[in-house]
Design a protein around this ligand. Structure first.
Ligand code: FAD
Length: 385
């Protein structure tokens, strides 16, 4: 057991920190102000630096490093903002990983090198207007007709919708109820019949370009099936990596909230002394630090434990729950120790407060993670029906 970063991991961390601080701060402000995603040119710069394929094998254009390495890079970008971290999240943790583990070889060769270079981004579309947590009840229907698939339905809350070039679309691929009918298909923007709604306005996470997707007799070849009907287990296994990415974004926000609070409380004076000299402030800072460190250890343990495979449900759920709840506690302390300056949108803590809330809702909310943890503890799945 080694709790120190390797020399290579320290290099990744320093390179990502430098890039994030020098090149992404203004980009993040623009995403926040306009709700527009990271521009394509910035994503391509991330690709040039290797940040979009840290844990994708070199054969597909990636760096071929490990999952922890990828999460170390992601944390540094998430410290600046969730919006600028999003392309790195999608490539190293999200749907690109589902393609890496489960897509047919031709599809991996077609898509992954372009993801790594930043030429394209792939989003994941699971949720529907009536389907959130109960993912096995998806209504979007993909009917196989000879060598073609015809897809009809409406998807909701897809981050990157209309902006991303590729989509891993969860849908009903066989006329069977529940999980037995659910699989995933790969689609590209520009396919006839595929269109997008206008971007949602969220409390935070501005710049995710989150929108509905409309599928009106969208046709793709059967070779575009990523996971066939009945393959929900595989989809969920690769989704564990997405959950560690989600947890790491929460961690990055928490770690940066601590940095901001530390600097502020040493500078701001009341009663003739810095805020940090008040014991109540010290206790809040200490609690923030404990949450940040514990979240990081749990996330890295889950990623490290996966080795060459995918992270386990138990380790992932423990890490995600903790990080998702920790970031909410941390930013709450952050706002409090900064007083009105914490609450004002002219100062950085207010955005962190809003961005912090997402992670315990998306990617499998915290309540479901706890149900998963209990299930793993007793060795069985609890039916939610
Ligand atoms: C900013 C943002 C980005 C997103 N990006 C994407 C994306 O890219 N792709 C995508 O497909 N989706 C995305 N989503 C949607 C997200 O995955 C869903 O919001 C999430 O799955 C929860 O579904 P729901 O919101 O419909 O909540 P519901 O399923 O309606 O649940 C609401 C609440 O009820 C409780 N609850 C429900 N079921 C259970 C249960 N079985 N056990 C215990 N408690 C339960 C929980 O407290 C839960 O928070 C995004 C959402 C947001 C906010």
């Amino acid at each position: 057991m080694d709790f120190q970063l390797s020399a290579q991991q320290r290099e990744f961390q320093q390179a990502a920190r430098r890039f994030a601080q020098e090149e992404l701060v203004e980009v993040a402000k623009a995403c926040e102000r306009t709700s527009e995603p990271v521009p394509d040119a910035v994503r391509q710069r991330m690709g040039e630096l290797g940040f979009l394929g840290i844990n994708i094998p070199q054969t597909y254009g990636g760096v071929g490093a490990g999952k922890v390495d990828a999460l170390i890079v992601l944390e540094e970008l998430a410290k600046v903002s969730a919006a600028v971290a999003f392309p790195v999240f999608e490539a190293n943790c999200g749907p690109a990983q589902t393609l890496l583990y489960f897509a047919p070889e031709w599809l991996k060769q077609r898509v992954l090198p372009k993801v790594c270079s930043g030429e394209m981004m792939v989003s994941v579309s699971m949720s529907e207007p009536d389907v959130g947590t109960a993912m096995t009840e998806l209504k979007t229907r993909a009917v196989i007709k000879g060598d073609r698939i015809v897809i009809n339905g409406v998807k909701r809350w897809c981050s990157g919708a209309g902006h991303a070039q590729g989509y891993v679309l969860y849908c009903r691929l066989a006329d069977k109820p529940g999980a037995a009918g659910v699989g995933a298909v790969y689609l590209e923007k520009g396919t006839p019949g595929l269109s997008f709604g206008k971007p949602e306005q969220f409390m935070g996470a501005r710049g995710f370009h989150n929108a509905e997707i409309y599928l009106d007799n969208v046709e793709v070849p059967v070779e575009n099936i990523v996971v066939p009907a009945g393959g929900v287990k595989d989809l969920m296994r690769s989704f564990n990596m997405e959950r560690l990415g989600n947890s790491t974004c929460a961690l990055g926000i928490a770690a940066s909230a601590l940095e901001v609070a530390l600097a502020y409380t040493q500078e701001r004076q009341q009663f003739g002394k810095p805020l940090v000299d008040f014991q109540a402030v010290q206790l809040r800072l200490a609690e923030m630090k404990i949450d940040v460190e514990a979240a990081r250890l749990l996330i890295h343990r889950a990623a490290q434990g996966a080795e060459d495979g995918l992270p386990s449900l138990l380790d992932t759920s423990v890490a995600k729950c903790f990080a998702n709840e920790a970031v909410r506690r941390v930013v709450t302390h952050g706002v409090q120790v900064m007083g009105a300056y914490g609450y004002s949108s002219d100062y950085p803590m207010e955005q962190k407060m809003r961005d912090a809330w997402l992670w315990g809702i998306g990617g499998g909310h915290i309540d479901l993670q706890k149900v998963n943890i209990a299930g793993e503890l007793v060795g069985r799945r609890f039916s939610q029906r």
